[in-house]
Write a protein that binds this ligand. Structure first.
Ligand SMILES: [Zn+2]
Length: 314
């Protein structure tokens, strides 16, 4: 299952084979430090006195690990930072080697040894991440970045398929989906409540916002899942839920999405995938209004069963 950090980097752990392949390209010192948990001699690393603006990436896999804005002069002889670029990018492990108990820090994506973290750093964290220069590659602000050091280029899609609880639940499980959020769309009232949408004909449809990484999952795959999760031939209802807010809809965010959605509906119609006419609306996305907190992750939180079936099982 792909994993993404809050700052939107792909942090899915790399396989041992992939790490071995990347490690082959390292020079001797970087190999010793990152793969054998080595330590470089103090005051020798090339990044100790680097004061340029930018970030420090893992020398093995390229994941950004530390930022120049958190670097400080510790006087220890090793590059020091008081916090990580993103806490999810740096893993911690108890290290009892050399007769000491220390906390080792590693790259969360490839497992490269980076150094140790100590609790004698400056405010606001009080931490000192003590790094080996040989484990890092510095990218100055504005420098061109290789793909492995860039955040995922995310896309957003919107689907209305009846009650959003189940649709959100299963979109969230899509491999390459970063986030699925329940909300209301395509209506006339700003910031509507669930009650308004249900009883006041605001014109909104219960909609799930899907943020995804097109490198991992395509819009087409999301469309396929969407049509497995609901019945697109029911007008303004899904099963027991009746009303305009339960209508079937695809709210596109780009001309490409519009084209793909229409083509897929034409394809389903052509091969008579459903017994009736597909009434799914395809419209440009208007403002998405997130639903109240208690609607988010409803199935996961309540353990309720749901009429929507899992679209990801083959
Ligand atoms: Zn790494």
């Amino acid at each position: 299952m792909p994993k993404y950090s809050k700052s939107h980097y792909d942090i899915t752990p790399l396989s041992a084979e992939k790490v071995a392949e990347l490690a082959k390209k390292l020079d001797e010192e970087s190999y010793r430090v990152t793969q054998k948990a080595g330590t470089e001699p103090p005051f020798c690393g090339n990044l100790l006195d680097n004061k340029k603006d930018g970030f420090y990436a893992c020398i093995v896999c390229g994941l950004p690990l530390f930022s120049s804005e958190h670097k400080f002069k510790s006087g220890t002889g090793w590059p020091s930072f008081y916090r990580e670029f993103d806490p999810e990018h740096v893993a911690r492990k108890v290290d009892k080697s050399h007769g000491m108990v220390r906390t080792e820090i590693l790259c969360a994506r490839c497992g490269a040894h980076l150094g140790h973290v100590f609790e004698d750093g400056p405010p606001p964290t009080g931490e000192r991440h003590c790094l080996n220069s040989a484990a890092l590659r510095f990218y100055e602000k504005g420098a061109p970045l290789p793909p492995e050091s860039r955040p995922a280029q995310l896309e957003t899609a919107y689907f209305a398929g009846g009650c959003f609880w189940g649709v959100e639940h299963y979109f969230q499980k899509g491999p390459g989906v970063i986030d699925a959020v329940s909300g209301y769309m395509q209506g006339d009232v700003e910031n509507p409540t669930y009650k308004q949408v249900c009883y006041e004909n605001t014109g909104h449809a219960e909609t799930v916002k899907v943020v995804f990484d097109p490198q991992r999952i395509t819009y087409r795959q999301l469309l396929e899942a969407f049509f497995k999760m609901h019945d697109p031939t029911q007008l303004n209802r899904q099963g027991p839920d009746v009303g305009e807010q339960y209508r079937s809809g695809i709210w596109y965010t780009s001309p490409e999405q519009k084209k793909e959605a229409e083509a897929y509906i034409a394809e389903l119609t052509e091969r008579k995938a459903f017994p009736g006419k597909i009434v799914t609306q395809v419209e440009p996305a208007k403002t998405f209004w997130p639903a109240e907190d208690y609607h988010q992750d409803y199935i996961a939180k309540t353990g309720r069963a749901c009429h929507v079936s899992n679209p990801w099982v083959k």
